[in-house]
Write a protein that binds this ligand. Structure first.
Ligand SMILES: [Zn+2]
Length: 642
């Protein structure tokens, strides 16, 4: 029998640096879907990779004294390392510097040119000479270059254009006839109203301002626009050939079932990409899933300048791979942004993984060892004996179907919620049936056998359902149960757990974490790393880099869970900024308010206990006491200190 095929991709990661946890979320999300579809019996092809061309990479390579190729080789290796660390089961990792990919980009460009869909013209716009960049009217800020704030001038440059406008109506029709093509719904409406309805402009698809990219084959001073290069990976990666000699792999898997991408690049995937495919006479992908963003714990975007970037490898080392997978998959809703911080991860590990799941598995297996020497005793009748049995058995039977329905819609966090609800119901069942009481009376041992079997069967189903999300944990539970019945098709009908099998030893899956202690350790580690990176001797030119200003403390309050920290709001020339300061043992909030102090104002922002700190107060201290630096004359806030 031919298995149904399923082709899933992530966006290819831009090889300009290390991806943060928000970028890594996407591959974990796609992985959970790919694993689920394999369990459903689909023949899955799962592709990811790196986008390695463009000006930014050319610039970064230069900064690092590397050739662009050396730079992207290292970046791609690092990205792949993180994808592998997160236990993602992709089938192919494509790089846009792969020879066969680059050759196809040239062929695709030529074919679109021969067809008349790409034409040569002049690009006219506002040009910033130092930045070598063109800007549109709307991109300018107060009439100036948005990057360097310098004057711009009107300029023209020879360039190739792609006739998006020619395909506008066909695309609109496709989107209307395929209401699920763009998901979630809100993103579809955004595309229609903001881009399609106002009318598409032809797209400039070549550049001459840098060299690191695929050259236009018949006009090599032009580089193919990075989005044509990048988007095409979805077909070149499975062996598309623009001359008609596409591979068997391509014929089998295209059209793609779902492109999993971030919400910020929905436009490229639902307008440019389908139009490219239409122009090439290729069927369109079935679905584009624009997932929301993972933001830092206080709701801000992760960025280097804010100092609030979290990386998947650091988090996995601190908490474990499955713990991080579980956090991001359960936290990220289908349509709304999620948030992440060390504290939030710990809280979720404690509440869901340790208290609900780990506790259920551990105490059930421990009890089975105590009551039945670890041997599964299947009761003569599987029929429920009371309401608690009935409720539990029904939930064990129905949950796999619920989870499957949600997963087929890619509603991953909702699916996880259903699995955890089953685990919670099992815990409640233990409280209702009190196995330890049943054990005391030999006449209750038949009943005990049944209660324990119901629980073990529940755990078996839970372990199967968890596999797409936390595969290693799922395998550990299966190993503790020692069951061979671990396929999705062994769920749905109650009672497949084998009779007489001997359970493995109970092992703790997740330990509870002491939140404050762990957070202190993490902060200490970050501090030590910063100290190790610090330069000890500075010259006067280094000191000149430190910006010191007077500031007035206008509000102060304790930081939750941190005995030493205070959260201060200070005024500097009528602008308020927040500073987290370790002075709680030396000053009360009341005595601080109104004080004029000295602040390092250009200190890189840091995050302490989930709170952003933008600056540092100067203070003198020894082991016993601490005294803030204040002024001996009245001065306005924002006065320079040097
Ligand atoms: Zn500029």
């Amino acid at each position: 029998m031919n298995k149904k095929k399923f082709y899933i991709t992530t966006a290819i990661a831009y090889a300009s640096g290390k991806p943060h946890i928000g970028n890594t979320y996407e591959i974990i999300l796609a992985d959970s879907i790919a694993r689920f579809m394999r369990m459903q019996g689909y023949d899955v092809f799962f592709m990811t990779g790196t986008d390695e061309h463009g000006q930014k990479i050319e610039d970064k390579a230069k900064e690092n004294n590397l050739t662009p190729k050396q730079f992207v080789d290292a970046a791609a290796k690092e990205i792949k390392r993180i994808w592998d660390l997160m236990n993602t089961s992709y089938d192919k990792f494509i790089r846009t510097t792969d020879e066969d990919h680059q050759l196809q980009i040239q062929k695709i460009f030529k074919r679109l040119y021969d067809k008349g869909d790409i034409y040569k013209s002049e690009y006219e716009g506002w040009y910033c000479t130092p930045c070598e960049s063109f800007w549109t009217e709307s991109q300018l800020e107060e009439g100036k270059c948005p990057d360097c704030k310098r004057e711009v001038k009107r300029a023209k440059e020879e360039a190739y254009f792609f006739k998006l406008s020619k395909y506008q109506d066909r695309l609109m029709e496709y989107i209307e006839k395929n209401p699920d093509f763009i998901q979630p719904e809100s993103r579809k409406n955004e595309m229609i109203n903001n881009f399609l309805k106002p009318g598409l402009q032809d797209l400039c698809v070549s550049r001459t301002s840098f060299a690191w990219g695929v050259k236009v084959p018949f006009d090599p001073k032009h580089i193919v626009y990075v989005w044509i290069d990048a988007l095409s990976n979805y077909i070149t990666g499975i062996g598309y050939d623009a001359d008609g000699n596409s591979s068997e792999l391509y014929k089998k898997y295209w059209p793609c079932d779902v492109h999993v991408i971030g919400k910020d690049i929905v436009r490229f995937h639902t307008i440019y990409w389908p139009i490219m495919l239409m122009a090439l006479d290729i069927p369109l992908p079935k679905k584009v899933l624009g997932h929301p963003w993972l933001l830092f714990g206080d709701g801000s975007k992760m960025s280097k300048s804010k100092g609030n970037i979290l990386y998947a490898d650091d988090l996995s080392r601190l908490f474990g791979v499955d713990e991080v997978r579980y956090y991001v998959l359960s936290e990220m809703n289908y349509a709304n942004d999620g948030i992440i911080s060390h504290r939030q991860i710990i809280e979720k590990i404690n509440s869901d993984l340790a208290n609900i799941l780990g506790n259920l598995v551990n105490r059930t297996i421990t009890m089975q060892h105590k009551y039945f020497d670890g041997i599964v005793r299947k009761p003569a009748s599987l029929l429920p004996q009371n309401d608690a049995d009935k409720e539990l058995i029904e939930l064990i039977e129905i949950t796999p179907k619920k989870v499957a329905d949600l997963m087929m819609q890619y509603k991953v966090s909702d699916a996880i919620y259903e699995v955890m609800s089953l685990a919670k119901r099992c815990n409640k069942y233990i409280d209702e049936t009190l196995p330890w009481t049943l054990f005391k009376n030999p006449e209750d041992h038949e009943r005990l056998k049944k209660v324990m079997y119901n629980l073990l069967e529940g755990i078996r189903v839970i372990s199967i359902l968890l596999y797409p999300f936390i595969p290693s944990t799922s395998e550990k539970i299966t190993a503790q149960l020692n069951t061979k019945k671990n396929s999705y098709s062994s769920t749905g009908v109650f009672g497949k757990l084998e009779d007489e099998i001997e359970l493995g030893k109970p092992e703790i899956l997740f330990s509870r974490i002491d939140t404050e202690k762990k957070l202190e350790e993490i902060e200490k580690e970050i501090r030590e790393k910063q100290e190790a990176d610090n330069i000890v001797y500075i010259g006067i030119e280094d000191f000149a880099k430190i910006e010191l200003k007077t500031a007035k403390i206008i509000a102060a309050e304790p930081v939750k869970g941190a005995k030493k920290l205070l959260k201060l709001q200070v005024d500097i020339e009528n602008k308020t900024r927040q500073i987290i300061s370790g002075i709680a043992e030396y000053y009360t909030c009341e005595e601080l308010i109104g004080k004029t102090v000295i602040v390092v104002t250009n200190l890189k922002p840091a995050v302490l206990r989930g709170e952003t700190s933008e600056g540092m107060l100067l203070a003198a201290s020894d082991k016993k006491t601490l005294s803030l630096l204040t002024l001996d004359k009245n001065m306005p806030t924002g006065s320079k200190v040097s």
